[in-house]
Design a protein around this ligand. Sequence first.
Ligand SMILES: Nc1ncnc2c1ncn2[C@@H]1O[C@H](COP(=O)(O)OP(=O)(O)O)[C@@H](O)[C@H]1O
Ligand SMILES: [Mg+2]
Length: 236
Amino acid sequence: MPVLTFANTKGGAGKTTAVLILASELAGRGNRVTILDADPRGWISRWHAIAGASSLISVAPVNEETIEAATARAKKRGGYILIDLPSSQDALLAKAVGLADHVLIPVQGCAMDAQGGAEVLELLKELDESCDVRIPHSVVLTRVNAAVTTRALQAAKDFLAARGISTLSAAIAERAAYRDVFDKGGMLQAMNPDDVSNLPKALENAARLADAVLAMMPQKAARPAAARKVPVARAA
Ligand SMILES: Nc1ncnc2c1ncn2[C@@H]1O[C@H](COP(=O)(O)OP(=O)(O)O)[C@@H](O)[C@H]1O
Ligand SMILES: [Mg+2]
């Protein structure tokens, strides 16, 4: 029952989008997924309220007072627990980071505008040095434009590695599907390829993202809820 917290105090870094892509892919593979929606704006809850999400995904709104009990309940349910945080630096962030098996820090790849990510890394360092609590963490490069070369991406990873920060092997590309799914609701896999440009590439990217996340914490991998893939209805 791995807990993954998505944190970056910069708004628009791609936290909520990363949560939804990963939840969609993990549920598509037959895993239970609980999303703890800690953002008072409730983007994930709104998405979930639209019909069409997999029954393997449940979403619970949480705040600073309820996040610990909600995590304990989600652990009993089994599967993966993803925490979507707002872009604030407060006690909620500290709690969500403390509950995590792994903290993923989405940072926009090209701009390398990593200020918000640096604040999260600072918090992780403080937990390590002051409280002797070491929480594995990595940066996930997001909104990477299709035109960005492998070399430019490698340069970004090298920049972070030189500062002792590991980067997830898969980056998240800028894709229309990742935006549209919030409006349309339902699963990425069930979107209509005629309505969304480059849907196969978005799905392929989601699969690589999940592979990279699972490879990072093999000992914690959750057992699938069903032995076979869960069928998802294709949108009309
Ligand atoms: N990979 C992506 N492809 C396309 N649009 C994206 C992507 N990541 C984020 N966005 C868009 O950027 C905006 C901010 O992303 P969001 O995930 O809400 O960031 P955060 O949760 O960190 O504030 C949203 O409008 C979202 O649709
Ligand atoms: Mg968000």
